[in-house]
Write a protein that binds this ligand. Structure first.
Ligand code: TXA
Ligand code: MG
Length: 325
């Protein structure tokens, strides 16, 4: 069995760049925990992250930047967030901000949300992003349900042959994930406690951090924030006239010729390609003005589980949807 290659940070730059350019993933050290990184503008690379982690759903990921200028091309900074970035970056602070339209970030990174989580990491990660010239999407480098990895050996042991390269930067110095905050309605909210203490953030921001049950956005809840305006009908075996059709694979549902709009997640039935197209295609079909989006059946193995999870969430809140068995 092949296992991931482990290369010391000082020797890994060119190999890491080549893998990222090719739409593959690389495990990288940061000061908090190891991250499983892909080019945040490359949908197939980002889909690989979910595939390798075995995440049953598409939680939004943190986009890692090389500097504040890169961050400001991606998202709109309010004065408090900018002050926090200037104080704590590079470092274990993640800011959730409204994104600029057309910023090139693949919608799978943000799970289709119009906000984005941004962080500037220390060390090798920051250098890699600067060389790549594009942000890196990176969740913690651990299989879904396992604890975050703080050494290269732990990453390699967890993922085995599923990834090609682990960049070894030694044990991470912080050892727990970044603190995530968000300005909302003029309040500074703590979304996840982490590597920077809340008190330090309050002191730098000159304002109180809001927390508590109502203030914490569970990743699963976040994903449901984006729901299309159209109703969603999953596992559709046929298409009613005027419905939009979200297709999958080479064979079309009955009545597809009458669809108001059609997008195919993957002509060849490739789940990785389908995942990378999911949010953009849903948005396109929603914009078509059709009242309902019929979705062809999608297998539930591999990334199909997360794709189906997302589709069921989009379908769930509406009551007048008939679901094919
Ligand atoms: O230290 C860290 O933050 C590590 C290293 C690798 O940078 N990364 C990390 O990523 O912990 P991950 O994917 O395990 O956690 C990201 C968290 C999730 O809980 C997710 O819900 C939240 O960030 N998040 C991402 N985008 C968000 C958004 N637009 N709004 C609110 N929360 C968001
Ligand atoms: Mg994690």
């Amino acid at each position: 069995m092949r296992v991931a290659e482990i290369l010391a940070a000082g020797e890994a730059m060119e190999r890491a760049l080549a893998l990222l350019e090719g739409g593959d993933v690389v495990a990288i050290p940061t000061e908090t925990v190891y991250g499983l990184a892909a080019d945040a503008t490359n949908g197939v690379g980002v889909a690989r992250i979910f595939e390798v982690k075995g995440r049953p759903r598409f939680n939004p990921l943190i986009a890692h930047v090389a500097d504040l200028a890169m961050a400001e091309r991606i998202a709109l900074f309010d004065p408090v967030s900018k002050g926090l970035a200037q104080t704590f970056w590079p470092g274990p602070l993640t800011l959730v901000l409204p994104q600029w339209p057309g910023n090139g970030i693949h919608p799978l990174v943000t799970a289709g949300l119009d906000t984005i989580a941004l962080r500037m990491p220390k060390g090798f990660g920051g250098q890699l992003i600067a060389r790549l010239g594009r942000p890196l999407a990176a969740p913690s480098a651990n299989s879904s349900g396992r604890i975050s990895a703080t050494t290269a050996e732990a990453v390699a042991a967890d993922f085995g042959p599923k990834i090609k390269l682990v960049v070894d930067g030694g044990a991470t110095s912080v050892g727990l994930e970044s603190t995530i905050v968000k300005i909302e309605g003029g309040k500074l909210r703590l979304l996840r406690p982490g590597g920077i203490a809340a008190e330090e953030i309050e002191a730098a921001a000159g304002m109180k951090l809001w927390r508590g049950a109502a203030g914490i956005e569970a990743p699963g809840m976040l994903a449901s924030h984006y729901a299309p305006g159209a109703a969603v009908r999953v596992n559709a075996a046929n298409v009613a006239k005027g419905e939009a059709l979200l297709a999958f694979g080479p064979r079309r549902a009955e009545g597809w010729q009458g669809a108001a709009a059609l997008r195919n997640l993957s002509e060849t039935g490739d789940l990785r390609e389908a995942a990378s197209n999911l949010f953009a295609h849903m948005q396109d079909l929603d914009r078509s003005g059709a009242k309902t989006i019929a979705v062809e059946p999608i297998p539930s193995d591999g990334l199909g589980e997360a794709i189906n999870d997302r589709l069921w969430r989009a379908a769930a809140p509406r009551d007048k949807i008939d679901r094919a068995p």
